[in-house]
Design a protein around this ligand. Structure first.
Ligand code: EPZ
Length: 425
């Protein structure tokens, strides 16, 4: 297994381009299943999770063509509504094929994703919503076996209410509703920008959707969807990750192909920590310029659904707080086990005390390089940030986690002056 070797110290300076959003691209790739006409996507990030999703869709009979960051998907030859365990176990987001397959083919056999390092990750809300839309669902031998009961062969529009805010749950149900008979209302819907990007893509394919970005989304079912082109939105979590890396190293970095538009809370926290963000409030900027102080002030955070502080940025802020001045409290309210990076940061010398879903941190003057292990995607990013500021070399093992969600991260960090290299095991 590959590892990353980082020599801490250099300030990050310069400019890098941010890639398309993993968590927008994944549901949008699945949206191609809803139509018998081509979907042409641009700004698709080059990530392992994207590769896995394209492999899964191709196995179902979707024709996939990829040229750089453009992907063309043609599901006219869709023949097998099956998502096998071998692929689903490597990428939980595969559950996003369930709604589209059911709506387009009238049936779906999708392996249960199973848990991951950060939590059990159940999909009960996805199933509850599809049942309410008239499907018949059994869970057999680890698979969700779904079919449409109605003799019309179509899902029925319904009023849906999710017990908690669920991003992929909202996305699955929104996609299924596009081809249902009648109107669907999703209450307590996720408001994440990636849900809005998916809705915009679906509307360009001919879907009738309103309210995306609010907690009530209305969908009027249509007979079929048609060909469309869509540009994937910038990755706000990659953006936030690079902002944290620049902030931790006292750097001066400009990120292009992105904006502060979806990161208000993160931007506010970085400014509270002492960073200057040029044009922080300007929506028109297609870039973000961060100038960091020599040492950050510690900032407390509490994760919550959008537009509050994103759970996907929690690990990165734990890294910057590790060397900031003062004490910070971090509360993780979304996932039950998303502090796996804390013990690895402690190996680097961080002062962190964990109590349930709360971490109390006291910034230290300097971390010491060591060998650490990545446990999940954002934990890996946290360890990279810590390695950039630790004294000496930090070896990060199991970086296949990182490759799932960051597009050529070591090349981008090298461009900014980091001393980082990949060692193939
Ligand atoms: C999406 O995961 C993202 N993944 C995650 O990003 C992100 O952390 C998460 O939303 C929260 O923002 C993608 O979009 C592909 P949820 P998702 O359903 O949809 C519980 C990353 O690092 N829940 O919003 O799986 C669940 O256990 C990844 O890029 C149920 O109980 O998350 C969690 O506690 C990690 N039953 C909470 O809801 C359900 O049926 C929110 O989960 C669904 C969810």
């Amino acid at each position: 297994m590959d590892k990353l070797v980082i020599t801490g110290g250099p300030r990050l300076c310069g400019e890098v381009a941010i890639s398309g959003a993993k968590n927008a691209a994944l549901p949008i790739l699945c949206a191609s299943l809803l139509s018998a006409e081509p979907l042409i996507l641009s700004n698709v990030p080059d990530l392992n999770d994207i590769g896995t999703m394209l492999k899964l869709l191709a196995q179902m009979g979707v024709k996939v063509e990829r040229e750089g960051n453009q992907v063309t998907l043609d599901a006219s030859g869709l023949h097998s509504p099956l998502a096998p365990y071998e692929l689903v176990k490597t990428m939980r987001a595969s559950i996003l094929v369930l709604g589209p397959l059911l709506a387009r083919c009238g049936e779906a056999h999708v392996s249960l994703p199973g848990g991951c390092a950060i939590g059990a990750r159940p999909v009960d809300q996805h199933i509850k919503g599809l049942l309410a839309m008239g499907s018949e669902i059994a869970v057999e031998h680890g698979y969700v076996v779904a079919k449409i009961g109605a003799r019309t062969g179509k899902l029925k529009g319904a009023r849906l209410f999710t017990d908690m805010v669920t991003v992929t749950g909202t996305e699955n149900l929104m996609m299924a509703a596009c081809l249902a008979e009648g109107d669907t209302v999703i209450e307590n819907a996720a408001r994440e920008p990636e849900v809005v990007d998916l809705a915009q893509c679906l509307v360009s394919m001919g879907a009738q959707i309103s309210g995306a970005g609010t907690d009530v989304i209305r969908i009027r079912g249509v007979e079929r969807l048609h060909a469309a082109c869509h540009r994937i939105m910038p990755d706000r979590i990659e953006t936030g990750t690079f902002l944290c890396a620049a902030a931790a190293t006292g750097g001066d970095v400009r990120l292009t192909g992105t904006s502060t538009a979806y990161l208000d809370v993160v931007i506010d926290k970085l400014m509270d920590a002492g960073c200057e963000i040029v044009g922080a409030r300007s929506r028109s900027l297609e870039s973000i310029h961060l100038i960091a102080p020599p040492r950050l002030k510690a900032v407390s955070i509490r994760t919550s659904p959008y537009p509050a502080f994103p759970t996907d940025m929690q690990a990165q802020f734990m890294a910057i707080n590790a060397v900031a001045e003062g004490t910070a409290i971090i509360r993780e309210t979304i996932f039950e086990n998303r502090f796996m990076h804390a013990v690895e940061l402690q190996r680097l010398g961080a002062d962190i005390k964990i109590d349930g879903n709360t971490a109390v941190m006291k910034g230290v003057d300097r971390l010491q390089g060591a060998t650490v292990m990545a446990t999940d995607l954002r934990a890996s990013a946290s360890l990279v940030i810590a390695g950039l500021v630790a004294e000496g070399e930090t070896h990060i093992e199991r970086i296949y986690h990182l490759d799932r969600g960051y597009d050529h991260i070591e090349a981008k960090l090298t461009t900014l002056g980091a001393a980082i290299r990949r060692e193939r095991a």
